[in-house]
Design a protein around this ligand. Structure first.
Ligand code: SF4
Length: 264
């Protein structure tokens, strides 16, 4: 059998785990929102209303040899923190490895670190931060925490000896060097860089077509054209803490993995 090239969440983990429909962060470029609208589970207007799927929440997991990415189609928001803790417990108790991917609220990270202190070896945090500029984060991710809170969350996890990594996908400005410089000292694992995929199509399907967003999206696409990505790659290619998502790998000539969840 020929293995297919791996991309998306499978670059990081071979399994995903979720129990909520919708996400209060309401990012304009959200892939999960696009899918939920396409399959009529949600509308552009009610995506930000989170609905707990109780059957999923109660699910018991068995031990899996790979890694679970959690969550992959919603986020961890204070509104459902208790349920998120419960679900995380179900994942971790059998001995599973969990990649926690979130635009972090300090309240949630403090609680998770306290509750799962004994599971440090099984947890890798991946904090999503696409810019060090809070105005830019607010524009693209209106319901998510500002830069200061995300940075505080990274520091909190790092100072409590958890393994930390960053997802800078999508990169949201043309000054990613600034973000890397600020955040790198608190990263034990890696900073992943990736482009904004299918941005105009996704905005359209997510019901966003105002002039300002389209203008900024067009600018972002221009910033992420191949020649600029190659300059960025040249700058960091020898830094072993910088990793490249599929959208960049294919521009700079890195082979895509054939096995899910290698996280390389
Ligand atoms: S945090 Fe993730 S799931 Fe939530 S809206 Fe943003 S991209 Fe979508």
């Amino acid at each position: 059998m020929i293995n297919k090239k791996v991309f998306g969440t499978h670059e990081w983990a071979d399994k995903t785990a979720n129990f909520i429909n919708g996400c209060k962060h309401d990012c304009k470029y959200c892939y999960s929102k696009e899918m939920a609208i396409r399959f009529k589970r949600k509308t552009p207007e009610n995506w930000k209303e989170e609905e707990v799927r109780n059957i999923q929440l109660k699910k018991k997991f068995s031990k899996h040899s790979g890694t679970f990415m959690y969550p992959s189609s919603h986020d961890i928001h204070p509104e459902h923190l208790e349920e998120n803790i419960q679900y995380l417990e179900h994942l971790l108790e059998p001995g599973n490895k969990v990649l926690i991917v979130t635009k972090p609220h300090l309240e949630c990270i403090t609680e998770i670190c306290g509750k799962f202190n004994n599971y440090k070896q099984k947890i890798l945090f991946r904090f999503t931060i696409g810019s060090s500029n809070s105005e830019i984060l607010k524009f693209w991710e209106p319901g998510a925490p500002d830069f200061k809170e995300r940075l505080e969350s990274v520091k909190y996890a790092y100072n409590n000896n958890f393994n930390t990594s960053i997802s800078c996908e999508p990169m949201l400005d043309n000054n990613i060097e600034d973000l890397i410089q600020i955040i790198l000292p608190f990263v034990t694992d890696a900073i992943w860089l990736g482009k904004a995929n299918f941005l105009l199509r996704r905005l359209k399907l997510n019901g966003i077509n105002d002039f300002e967003t389209i203008k900024r999206a067009t600018q972002l696409i221009e910033w992420q054209k191949d020649e600029n990505i190659l300059i960025l790659y040249k700058k960091y290619k020898l830094n072993n803490k910088i990793k490249w998502k599929e959208s960049i790998k294919k521009i700079v000539g890195i082979e895509l993995p054939l096995i899910k969840g290698l996280d390389v």
